[in-house]
Ligand binder design. Structure first.
Ligand SMILES: Nc1ncnc2c1ncn2[C@@H]1O[C@H](COP(=O)(O)OP(=O)(O)O)[C@@H](O)[C@H]1O
Ligand SMILES: CSC[C@H]1O[C@H](OP(=O)(O)O)[C@H](O)[C@@H]1O
Length: 404
């Protein structure tokens, strides 16, 4: 019989106490449930006498923001633990240390990163993260290259792929990201002032076709082990450090989906500057910083990925003339297309983002929503003709009125 049940705070404390490398002494522990995501419980356990701490994360058997009408496999906790360990091996220092995982209780016990800030919050507050693009490019290039057919034994990859079959979490993405926003789905959360914009999406044949092709890619293209949900709420930052958390959506999918997820959320913050910047000059500066971050992220990712290919490529066919250039062009196009799709779902879908949804003034919020939608639409429809990251920059800056 399964021993799984959602933990009480007292039980979380008892489990934490068994992590003796963090709590070698017996002083009192205190627990606080701090989960602010859509799916899980997160207990922050501290030992006031020593200042030591850790995190106990537990999966719930349903989607927290929907309720038990949408059940969800607990196997995602095993997947999250295994993905964090793999990512920690491939990209040391860029994910939290995992102290223990327990598949039966759906637990991941890990390093407390409370000295960092969740990047979404940091960006809303005007934070600047000079090393972020370098760190995330390192994380993405190494985790994606070394789990793909380019950088690992291709038979072993097939076995690994089996360990990361993640049907319930992939279905959330297939539905909430790549399906529901494109018709009048019940779960959409459309503010009355945005109804016309949502309806125009549902009738935009060019957009619907490209979105359907992106969805097909998400369903079928097992390129590499993805993080699977790499938005700015899944990244902890300080000016000097970056840590990626929450890979419970990990599965073998298209590489551009991970890069696109981060880019989308930087662009949502770009749109949110309609409110978060104090004046027009500040807005331009802030947006220039965000665009610089996106450009640096892609450029550094591309440089690193190409270097890994040249140095560690496992397959003789990888040196066929023109193959690497063609592969990188397709990654860029997927990045742009998935960035559009990941942005669009946050504007009137079920799960929105604080960068826009918490803008108190209705008019400013609407301007941000329409700007984000304009950018998202153009990224999606133009993805397959993109040849450079400048194509994305042009779309964002034109939508914001900085270019004609
Ligand atoms: N390792 C950690 N250190 C400190 N806080 C964390 C850690 N992991 C998660 N949290 C906190 O819990 C919140 C939810 O965690 P997350 O893994 O994103 O859960 P969910 O999968 O439900 O979205 C984060 O926004 C953060 O505030
Ligand atoms: C209906 S689940 C919506 C959304 O929640 C997940 O995000 P998180 O776990 O980081 O809160 C994921 O992005 C899902 O698409």
């Amino acid at each position: 019989m399964s021993k799984y049940h959602p933990l009480s705070e007292a039980e979380a404390i008892e489990i934490a106490r068994s992590i003796v490398e963090v709590f070698p002494t017996g002083e009192e522990l205190v627990s606080r449930e701090i989960g602010d995501g859509n799916l899980n419980l997160v207990f922050h356990i501290t030992q006031p006498a020593t200042g030591r701490s850790l995190i106990v994360k537990q999966a719930l058997p349903y989607v927290k923001i929907i309720g038990d009408s949408w059940p969800l496999s607990l196997d995602r906790a095993r997947i999250e633990g295994e993905a964090l360990i793999k990512q920690g091996e491939l990209a040391p220092g860029l994910v939290p240390v995992v102290y223990r995982s327990d598949a039966d209780m759906a637990l991941t016990i890990m390093e407390d990163l409370s000295d960092h800030v969740i990047m979404r919050k940091g960006l809303i507050e005007g934070g600047v993260y000079p090393d972020f693009a370098e760190h995330l490019a390192e994380f993405l290039s190494r985790t994606l290259f070394f789990t793909s057919d380019l950088g690992m034994n291709q038979q072993d990859k097939k076995v690994q792929l089996g360990r990361f079959i993640n049907p319930d979490l992939c279905k959330i993405t297939e539905d909430f990201v790549l399906n529901f926003p494109y018709f009048d789905a019940e779960s959409n959360n459309i503010e009355p002032h945005l109804r016309d914009a949502a309806e125009s999406v549902w009738h935009d044949e060019e957009l619907l076709l490209e979105a359907a092709k992106l969805r097909e890619k998400f369903l079928t293209q097992a390129q590499a082990l993805l993080h699977g949900d790499l938005h700015t709420g899944s990244i902890f930052v300080t000016p000097a450090s970056t840590k990626v958390i929450d890979p419970e959506f990990a599965y073998y999918g298209p590489i551009g989906f991970d890069i696109g997820a981060t880019v989308a959320n930087l662009l949502l913050n770009f749109a949110g500057q309609e409110h978060w910047s104090p004046d027009e000059a500040g807005r331009r500066d802030r947006r220039a910083y965000l665009i610089h971050t996106i450009t640096e992220l892609w450029t550094r990712f591309e440089r690193k990925f190409r270097a890994l290919w040249d140095e560690h490529g496992v397959d003789k066919r990888l040196s066929v003339r023109g193959y690497q250039d063609d592969y990188m062009k397709r990654l860029l196009q997927d990045t742009i297309g998935f960035a559009g799709a990941k942005a669009l779902r946050r504007i009137y879908g079920l799960a929105q983002v604080a960068d826009i949804a918490t803008i108190p003034d209705r008019d400013a919020r609407e301007r941000a929503q329409r700007l984000a939608l304009d950018i998202a639409r153009n990224l999606i429809v133009s993805n397959r003709s993109a040849t450079s990251i400048e194509d994305l920059v042009r779309i964002a800056e034109t939508a914001a009125g900085y270019r004609s």
